[in-house]
Design a protein around this ligand. Structure first.
Ligand code: AMP
Ligand code: ZN
Length: 112
């Protein structure tokens, strides 16, 4: 499958790993939009939020447990933002479910 993030999971493309377990991988975004910018992805290919179903949704709660752990480890005690872009209008460029963790500064209040 021609999926950038599946290639990162397979180790075919290098990444700066922040956290890994049997179900998820977290790594630093190559073009950070904030001092801390980390992507958290499931190791199984799910194209995006629109493809979350009762059969695979368990991974989402796990991802959010991992996000909370990473935020603590990264010292984001003042707060941070979690974003998932969906589809064309949402600005999704990689069609593998991912959650951005953005923090390390006072973030813009501009959501859209
Ligand atoms: P999105 O636009 O929400 O689909 O997010 C995709 C993100 O992946 C962007 O923030 C990119 O900067 C990031 N990205 C693209 N290629 C890589 C890569 N090889 N390693 C790390 N992050 C990447
Ligand atoms: Zn993939």
């Amino acid at each position: 499958m021609d999926c950038l993030f599946c290639k990162i999971i397979a180790g075919e493309i290098p990444s700066t790993k922040v956290y890994e377990d049997d179900k998820v991988l977290a790594f630093r975004d190559i073009a950070p939009k904030a001092p801390t910018h980390i992507l958290v992805i499931p190791k199984t290919h799910i194209a995006g939020v629109d493809d979350i179903t009762p059969e695979n949704s368990e991974i989402v709660s796990h991802i959010f447990e991992v996000i909370a752990k990473i935020a603590k480890d990264e010292g984001l005690s003042g707060g941070y933002r979690v974003v998932s872009n969906i589809g064309e209008d949402g600005g999704q460029t990689v069609r593998h479910l991912h959650f951005h963790i953005l923090g390390g500064k006072k973030l813009s209040e501009d959501m859209a």
